[in-house]
Design a protein around this ligand. Structure first.
Ligand SMILES: C[S@@+](CC[C@H](N)C(=O)[O-])C[C@H]1O[C@@H](n2cnc3c(N)ncnc32)[C@H](O)[C@@H]1O
Length: 381
C-alpha cells in the first residue's frame, strides 16, 4: 500500500462503519478490505459531478486540486470517471451533456456485491468491468491478487486501473477485452462478478465456472429496469438462481447497448384496439421488468405529437412497434410490424398481476444452451 494520510485512514474507517450500520458490510474480511483500500487512488484523474438542475443531465469535472476532493472521494455514490467513451475529467473545462461510460461504482453496491458473492479463501474470481479498479482492489485485498482476473473492454480505462491498483500494491491479471466472452484459462473460476449490466447471462461465464460456483450479475433491459441475479452453475452446464432485492442498475455491457433508433417507421399505420394496460403501468419498476421479459429487445420512448404524449415501444431489429395514447381514463394501442409487442407485454403483465404481483426477489432465472428464462411463482388456486 502507498502511504496514506491520516484523513484517508479516518475516511475509510468512517465509510466502513457507515456501510456496516446500513447492512452492506457484513463480514470482517470485507471490513478490513474497505478500511485498507484508499478509494482516492482510483480517482486520481478526477471524476464528473452532475450539474445541479440540468436536464438532460450535464456533467462538470471535479479534479484532485478542488477543495474537499478527498472527502468527496468517500461519498457513497458512483463517481463517473469517463464520458462518451473517451472523455476524462482532465479533458474538460465546463460542462458536457453525454452519457457516462465508466465509473467507480458506489461503495455500498461494490461491498454488497462482494458479500453476496459468498467468496471463500482460495476462490478464483472473474470480474467483468474493471472500471476505475476500486472493486478489483477490494477483491485483491480479500482473496489475493493471484485469485482475481478482471476484464475491461476499454484499453485506456484498464491501463488507468492498472496504475491505481499498482499504487495500492496490487497486481491482479487485468485483461483488455469483452468480458462477455469471459477469460478462457486452464483453471475454471469459482465465482463471476459483473459490474456492468447484461441483457442475458453470457454462456461463457457458465462454461468457465466450476459446477457449484456462483455468478452474480445485474440483468437489465432496454426499458431500464434491472435486478441483481445470483446463479449457481450446475453439473449439466446450465445455471439457475434467484434475483436479490435492491433495484440494482449498472451501465450496460457495451455489446448489450441498444441499437440507435434511426428513422422511425410510420406509426400511424397499424392495428388499433383499446388497451387493457396503459403505458403508465411501466412506471412501476417490477412491472417494467416483466414487460422487458415479454419484449426483450424493445426500447421505450415518449413522443409529443400535436400536444399529446405517444408512448412508443419499438424493437428496431425486428421492425415491430406499439404506440400507446391516453384519452381520459382510456388507453388505445396501435401496433405494427411482424410482432405485436403490446399484446406480449399485456399477456405477461396480466399473468404477473393474477399471480399476486410477486416482487423481483421471488423471480427465478435459468440459463441453458437454449437461452435464458425468467419466471415467477405461479398462483395455482
Ligand atoms: C460501472 S463500471 C465498473 C466499476 C468498477 N468495478 C469500479 O468499482 O470501479 C463498468 C465498466 O464496465 C466496462 N465494460 C462495459 N462493457 C464491457 C464489456 N463488454 N467487457 C468488459 N468491460 C466492459 C465499462 O467500460 C466500465 O469501465
Amino acid at each position: 500500500m502507498t502511504p496514506t494520510t491520516g484523513d484517508s485512514t479516518r475516511l475509510r474507517r468512517e465509510l466502513a462503519e457507515s456501510l456496516a450500520e446500513r447492512g452492506f458490510l457484513r463480514t470482517e474480511p470485507w471490513r478490513k478490505a474497505v478500511e485498507a483500500v484508499p478509494r482516492e487512488e482510483f480517482l486520481r484523474g478526477g471524476f464528473f459531478d452532475v450539474v445541479p438542475g440540468s436536464a438532460p443531465t450535464a456533467w462538470s469535472p471535479v479534479l484532485p486540486d478542488s477543495p474537499g476532493w478527498l472527502e468527496q472521494c468517500y461519498r457513497d455514490e458512483s463517481l463517473v470517471t469517463q464520458i462518451a467513451g473517451t472523455i476524462v475529467p482532465g479533458d474538460l473545462r465546463g460542462e458536457i451533456m453525454r452519457a457516462p461510460t465508466s465509473s467507480s461504482t458506489m461503495p455500498n453496491l461494490v461491498v454488497r456485491m462482494w458479500e453476496d458473492l459468498q467468496v471463500e479463501d482460495g476462490h478464483r474470481v472473474l470480474e467483468a468491468g474493471t472500471g476505475a479498479g476500486y472493486s478489483t482492489a477490494l477483491g485483491c485485498h480479500r482473496l489475493g491478487e493471484d485469485q482475481i482476473v478482471s476484464v475491461e473492454v476499454d484499453p485506456e480505462v484498464s491501463a488507468r486501473a492498472g496504475i491505481s491498483l499498482g499504487a495500492c500494491g496490487f497486481f491482479p491479471e487485468l485483461v483488455v477485452g469483452d468480458a462477455l466472452t469471459g477469460h478462457a484459462d486452464v483453471r475454471p473460476f469459482d465465482r463471476v462478478i459483473a459490474t456492468c449490466g447484461v441483457l442475458a447471462i453470457p454462456p461463457a461465464w457458465i462454461e468457465q465456472t466450476k459446477p457449484g460456483g456462483l455468478i452474480l450479475a445485474t440483468v437489465c433491459g432496454w426499458m431500464y429496469s434491472s435486478e441483481l441475479a445470483r446463479l449457481t452453475v450446475r453439473e449439466d452446464g446450465t445455471a439457475q438462481g434467484r434475483f436479490l432485492n435492491g433495484q440494482i442498475s449498472f451501465m450496460l455491457a457495451r455489446p448489450h447497448l441498444p441499437p440507435p433508433l434511426g428513422l422511425l417507421p410510420d406509426l400511424n399505420i397499424g392495428d388499433e384496439r383499446g388497451a387493457v394496460h396503459g403505458a403508465d403501468v411501466l412506471d412501476d419498476w417490477t412491472a417494467r421488468f416483466v414487460a422487458q421479459v415479454a419484449a426483450p429487445r424493445s426500447q421505450k420512448i415518449t413522443l409529443n405529437v400535436d400536444g399529446r404524449d405517444q408512448h412508443v415501444l419499438i424493437d428496431v431489429e425486428a421492425g415491430a412497434w406499439a404506440v400507446l395514447t391516453r384519452d381520459g381514463e382510456k388507453w388505445t394501442v396501435r401496433q405494427g410490424g411482424p410482432a405485436r409487442l403490446w399484446d406480449a407485454v399485456e399477456e405477461h403483465l396480466t399473468r404477473w398481476l393474477t399471480d399476486g404481483s410477486p416482487s423481483l426477489d421471488r423471480f427465478e432465472i435459468t440459463v441453458t444452451p437454449d437461452g435464458q428464462t425468467i419466471t415467477w411463482p405461479r398462483r395455482t388456486s
